[in-house]
Write a protein that binds this ligand. Structure first.
Ligand code: PEP
Length: 266
């Protein structure tokens, strides 16, 4: 199984100039490292919607994939949905994946179970892979509700399969779960590796329980991963990679995280 290290650029960088500077750094470091310790780790970046076409174009021919951070819930293609970008438009712009259900979308845009089920259906219908984010808040963690919260969030996948059981066969190649405790995102606080490992084990077992075809799902950890702590997460066999926010905005720290996972996979 290969590791995945995915950069969520959120609403950054501010200008096309800065996007290009980040890509310059990333692409020159990736081409220097090709065949060395960057191998064995699939890299992906998720820029803002406005930058997806330009970023995807520049990544063509490289080993780095591009993803959206979100897609429209209302239509997979076109319609009167001001401000939305559809899965078809994202795919046409050159991205091959989309993040869905990030805690910032759940918090600021009130994304519900039904909304995420719609988005996931649209993404898969347009052949976009999905990085599905789940995770508990600080209060839920303190109340030891992590697994219960995750079970509710994962039920989107159960419902997706109930609607279309044929999806199960290909889902392990088209769906990645990112476990991101909300309290660890952008805070510098991280759960212990043992806690993440146990939660990932629960996620993997739950998915296999939905359908035996989902017995090999990729589960990433996200939340304040950086160049200094990446090795400890990478060393655990339940952690298949990382979803990285802040540290993905510098090529050096993003690639240091990728190298930690590559070394662990070797
Ligand atoms: C994220 O937003 O998905 C994330 C993991 O952010 P950070 O790495 O900055 O905590």
């Amino acid at each position: 199984m290969q590791a995945w290290v995915i950069g969520n650029w959120k609403q950054n960088p501010a200008t096309s100039h800065d996007v290009n500077a980040l890509l310059d750094d990333l692409l020159s470091a990736v081409s220097e490292k090709q065949g060395s310790d960057a191998a064995g780790c699939q890299l992906m970046v998720a820029p803002s919607c406005i930058h997806i076409a330009a970023v995807s174009d520049r990544l063509k021919g490289s080993s780095v994939l591009s993803a959206a951070q979100d897609i429209s819930a209302y239509s997979a293609s076109t319609g009167a949905y001001t401000g939305d970008c559809s899965a078809q438009q994202i795919a046409d712009a050159g991205a091959t994946w989309t993040i869905l259900g990030h805690s910032e979308r759940r918090q600021y845009h009130q994304e519900s179970h039904d909304c995420l089920l719609q988005k996931m259906t649209h993404a898969l219908a347009q052949n976009l892979g999905v990085v599905f984010c789940i995770g508990e808040t600080q209060a839920q963690y303190d109340a030891k509700e992590t697994l219960a919260v995750i079970d509710v969030q994962l039920s989107v996948i159960k419902d997706l399969l109930a609607q279309n059981p044929k999806l199960a066969k290909d889902l392990s190649a088209r769906l990645i779960i990112a476990y991101e405790p909300v309290w660890a995102i952008g805070t510098g606080k991280v759960p212990t590796v043992a806690e993440v490992s146990a939660t990932h084990q629960h996620i993997k077992q739950t998915l296999t329980g939905f359908n035996s075809e989902l017995d090999n799902m990729t589960v990433l950890y996200g939340g304040s991963v950086n160049a200094d702590n990446a090795d400890s997460f990478a060393a655990d066999s339940m952690i298949d990679g990382a979803l990285v926010g802040g540290a993905s905005l510098k090529a050096e720290s993003f690639l240091a995280i990728a190298h930690a996972f590559s070394r662990a996979m070797a």
